[in-house]
Design a protein around this ligand. Structure first.
Ligand code: BG6
Length: 486
């Protein structure tokens, strides 16, 4: 079955400033939390260092030099046929320390030029305010988002960019994948999640409940900040569409055993409250109960609750890569604490990529339906989806990536079924990393998502030249046919 999507549907790609721009200390930019993450790989976690230290490879320092190449790179996006492009504003280009009184004019001018270029090319900017790149100074001086003061600092930053780009940007989103940190019980990954979302590190001797308490309090401040920004944005320009952004990796129960079903439900509850708060302006009851029982979130005021209600989002931005299968933890205290009720297990029905990420296109249709059941009145924009893979640049400068075309084809098909067959309201599809960029999770260049190959290695060495992969032509045809020619 083929489907043709509406003319106004947004097609394109998405990146983040810290993974693409490089120029980490140019034109007044401050150090961000991404600038002190070392390189890792499929088996090695990235490390957070105490400031920039000699002798480490910090891949975000070079990115793909998008800071200087954005105009040509955006022209390639236009050649793909994109009518939308997502990137983030690097908070540290505007407020190098996060608590500066005056914004950095050079940073503001840079995004002026970038957004002008997008409009010149007929590309709608879709802009993230906070994509894993808060100012490092806010970590050192304030403890990251564990400090309530971050709310006002973030609102101030948003106010400056909303006013500046009032007539250049309509689609905004607040925090990228705010819900990642719900994976607090997922061993080594938990540190990466709280660092990128909330800007703190664990001491190493906290109990799981102490870790949860810290995360939950920080997340509460992020949600309040997001809501205040939404309300403010609507005052600055009533036409703004301001979203919240979550990762949707649908949970599947490992078996039909009642215990696994409960574990699956608890896993969902431990994560879905982020989008609930964004959309409903309040925490769901089971989460209120959980937090009260364990004292996870002592600082929540009546004003916070009013702010959450007053700043609900216009659309839900989601990333989708794969699904997660969970089983019950074998512990008598199971199900008292949603975060400790489940563990992730493999799914025999799903193959994985070289980084262990499950390949599950049906999971996208499932997720879109699930979100539509939960939030029937909130439009959804897919702002990330794609396959990280090793690509080979051939001698004749071609790159054959049938695996990427196959992945995207099935996912776009699944999205179209959700839209046309199931009636889910999806307003755009922006695939992740349309041009190769530094991986957020591993810091590698060789984990590539693009339709456009960038000739750089994990150390930032190479010509930096751009080459079209086979998937470039394929995505061009998808967009030109409004999704009917997959
Ligand atoms: C999302 C992030 O988690 O997944 C992106 O929003 C990230 O920043 C993307 O790049 C893919 O993850 P990775 O680790 O393969 O880069």
């Amino acid at each position: 079955m083929t489907y043709r999507l509406a003319d106004e549907f947004l097609w394109g790609g998405a990146i983040a400033a810290h993974q693409a721009e490089g120029a980490w200390n140019v034109d007044g930019k401050g150090v961000s939390i991404a600038d002190i993450l070392t390189a890792g790989d499929a088996k090695t976690q990235r490390r957070v260092t105490d400031g920039v230290q000699e002798g480490n490879n910090y891949p975000n320092h070079h990115g793909i030099d998008f800071y200087h190449t954005y105009a040509e790179d955006l022209e390639l996006m236009a050649e793909l046929g994109s009518n939308a492009f997502r990137t983030s504003i690097a908070w540290t280009r505007i407020f190098p320390n996060g608590d500066d009184e005056q914004p950095n004019e050079a940073g503001l001018e840079y995004y002026d030029k970038m957004f002008d270029k997008m409009h010149e090319l007929g590309i709608e900017p879709v802009i993230t305010l906070n994509h894993f790149e808060m100012p490092y100074h806010l970590v050192k001086e304030y403890g990251g988002w564990t400090n309530r003061k971050l709310i006002d600092l973030f609102v101030h930053y948003a106010e400056v960019v909303f006013n500046r780009y009032r007539d250049k940007v309509t689609y905004w989103m607040t925090h990228n994948e705010i819900s990642n940190q719900a994976g607090i019980n997922l061993g080594a990954h938990a540190q990466f999640f709280v660092w990128t979302n909330s800007g703190f590190v664990f001491n190493g001797d906290e109990t799981l409940n102490e870790k949860i308490a810290k995360m939950v309090q920080a997340a509460h401040y992020e949600l309040v900040a997001s809501a205040k920004v939404v309300a403010l944005g609507h005052k600055i320009n009533p036409n703004f569409k301001i979203g919240g952004m979550v990762n949707v990796a649908p949970f599947y129960p490992a078996s039909p055993s009642p215990k696994d079903m409960l574990a699956f439900q608890k896993a969902r509850q431990s994560r879905d409250w982020f989008s609930d708060v964004h959309i409903n302006g309040e925490y769901p009851v089971e989460i209120e109960r959980l937090y009260e029982k364990f004292g996870f979130r002592p600082d929540i005021t009546e004003q916070d609750r009013a702010d959450l209600k007053a700043g609900t989002i216009d659309y839900l931005a989601v990333s989708y890569y794969s699904s997660t299968t969970v089983k019950a933890v074998d512990n008598p205290d199971n199900f008292k604490n949603a975060y400790a009720s489940y563990e992730v297990t493999s799914n025999p029905y799903i193959e994985t990529n070289d980084w262990g990420w499950g390949l599950d296109a049906d999971g996208l249709r499932y997720s879109l339906n699930e979100l539509s059941e939960m939030y029937p009145h909130t439009p959804i924009m897919i702002v990330e989806n794609g396959l990280g893979a090793y690509d080979k640049l051939e001698d004749d400068q071609s790159i054959h990536d049938p695996y990427r075309i196959d992945y995207l084809k099935h996912h776009i098909q699944a999205m179209e079924e959700a839209i046309v067959e199931d009636g889910v309201q999806v307003i755009g599809y922006l695939s992740w990393g349309p041009i190769d960029i530094v991986s957020a999770g591993t810091g590698e260049m060789k984990k590539r998502y693009g339709y456009i190959y960038v000739d750089l290695d994990d150390f930032g060495e190479g010509t930096g030249r751009r080459f079209k992969k086979d998937s470039f032509k394929w995505y061009q045809q998808v967009i030109a046919s409004k999704g009917s020619d997959l």
